[in-house]
Design a protein around this ligand. Sequence first.
Ligand SMILES: [Zn+2]
Length: 100
Amino acid sequence: MAHYETTIKATAKHTIYYRYRCEFCGRDTGWLSYTITETGAATGRSSSLNSKANLTKAAEKAALKKLNIILSVAKQSAAKSRKPALFLEKNCPACGKLQS
Ligand SMILES: [Zn+2]
């Protein structure tokens, strides 16, 4: 007997707002936004509608888990330093220079 498996993907999004003072021209960037998008996936049998719903839930959970890790890294780095986190836009909007 054959059985089929399916992979369901889900996406979680969250926009964070941040600002920093440029280390070259000294200007405040004003509020900038950055949207974090993470995908999660779950694989399993989807023979019934019920198990498909469970797979969707698991995929959403996986996406949210990844998103929360990134958000906590962003919060930690914001608390420790006045510079943008690794994955944020690091080019000053005024002079265009890359922050160290
Ligand atoms: Zn600048």
